[in-house]
Design a binder for this molecule. Structure first.
Ligand SMILES: Cc1cc2nc3c(=O)[nH]c(=O)nc-3n(C[C@H](O)[C@H](O)[C@H](O)COP(=O)(O)OP(=O)(O)OC[C@H]3O[C@@H](n4cnc5c(N)ncnc54)[C@H](O)[C@@H]3O)c2cc1C
Length: 342
């Protein structure tokens, strides 16, 4: 092992995941530069041990101690590397905090990601599940990313069409899961942006402030204020945001469900299918505010599972399975987990 690599042993992870689950990593390393990562790969350590790449830990549920090596990606840097007309390309290192990066872009007047303000986590993780909120997804501004092949150490570029983006999905959450460390992401942003304020809550927030022609900064502030009022702060109550995805069903299935449940909350999709509001389905099964020990369902957001203090990952997972089963029994709809269960 080279001196550049400091591999720690038996490191507590409670402070490194927003669910605040007590778990340990058998081995742990912080990677700040490319040389460290390639050195780690060349050392053979990542070949011999299971590897978990870690960003901000806001989309993970540890159900056990991790027996391999946790590699926390902490490289930093933001570069504006080309500017043509109204378009600006901004490249950010994977270890940059996502919200700080969004704020940086908003302050510079670079539009496109302002609706994604205040989503926890790091830049390197944002393409993995194609983060989305308030009518916008990261794929809408994504240009390319650089990722390090964990077998060879080579840096590879993935363009938009390589990433198979979908709703909370990408190739890095499926075929290439755990095979590449995302190293930087380049966004294509706009100096003369069209703001997306169609989402009801944003409209209301702006109207309440008397803003008629919102700037991207106004939109970002409105989003922050809505999120602060609606979502539990992980610093106070452990959680990983939405635990389940909103399920997509065939329009005929949705129609049939509406016959039995006229208040069904659903959104039409361009392909003719419908997306059902998972939170509504869970709420109808009576889970909102449920608590068993320290594992619970948030009292205002049925889609968010919470750790009231000392829940284990297994207890949260058991609760998640109970929620899935009850939704399936009542509606015949399968809920898929959005959070990465480790
Ligand atoms: C309160 C709250 C609100 C949230 N709201 C939203 C929301 O509105 N929309 C939304 O889409 N998500 C939301 N999330 C989920 C979460 O913020 C995002 O998924 C975020 O992108 C996760 O980033 P992270 O750095 O914390 O990832 P982590 O949890 O550290 O990792 C997530 C996954 O990515 C992998 N990974 C991490 N870094 C890398 C890397 N550099 N290369 C390759 N793989 C890597 C990990 O191994 C893991 O599989 C919310 C979470 C919380 C706690």
């Amino acid at each position: 092992m080279q001196q550049n690599l400091i591999i720690k042993e038996n490191i507590p992870l409670r402070g490194l995941n927003t669910f605040h689950i007590d778990a340990t990593a058998r081995y742990f390393i912080e990677v700040n530069n490319y040389e460290q990562l390639t050195e780690l790969i060349e050392s053979g350590f990542v070949d011999k041990n299971p590897v978990l790449l870690l960003g901000g830990g806001s989309n993970l549920l540890f159900t056990n101690n991790f027996k391999g090596i946790v590699v926390q990606i902490r490289n930093k840097g933001i570069e504006i590397f080309e500017n043509a007309g109204n378009t600006v390309w901004v490249k950010a290192a994977a270890g940059e905090n996502w919200h700080e990066f969004v704020t940086y872009c908003v302050e510079k007047g670079f539009g496109g990601i302002e609706n994604l303000s205040l989503i926890p986590g790091n830049v390197g993780s944002c393409p993995i599940q194609n983060i989305g909120a308030y009518g916008v997804e990261v794929k809408d501004s994504f240009y390319s990313l650089e990722a390090v092949d964990l077998k060879t150490g080579e840096l590879k570029i993935f363009y938009h069409s390589d990433c198979n983006f979908g709703y909370r999905e990408s190739i890095f959450k499926s075929e290439l899961k755990g095979k590449f460390a995302i190293w930087s992401v380049t966004f294509q942003l706009n100096l003369n942006p069209v703001v997306h304020v169609e989402y009801g809550a944003i409209k209301q927030e702006l109207e309440a402030k008397g803003i008629e022609n919102p700037s991207i900064k106004d939109v970002s502030e409105a989003v922050c204020s809505i999120r602060r009022s609606k979502l539990p702060d992980p610093e106070i109550l452990g959680n990983a945001g939405s635990f389940f995805k909103n399920p997509t069903v065939d329009a005929k299935v949705a129609e049939k469900l509406r016959d039995s449940f006229p208040k069904l909350v659903s959104y039409p999709l361009p392909d003719g299918n419908e997306k059902l509001a998972a939170g509504w389905l869970i709420d109808q099964c009576g889970w909102k505010g449920f608590r068993e020990g320290d594992a619970g369902v948030h009292q205002n957001q049925a889609l968010v599972l919470v750790n009231h203090g000392n829940a284990t990952g297994s207890q949260i997972l058991t609760l998640a399975h109970r929620v899935q089963n009850s939704v399936y029994e009542r509606f015949g709809v399968k809920l898929e987990m959005e959070v990465n269960v480790i």
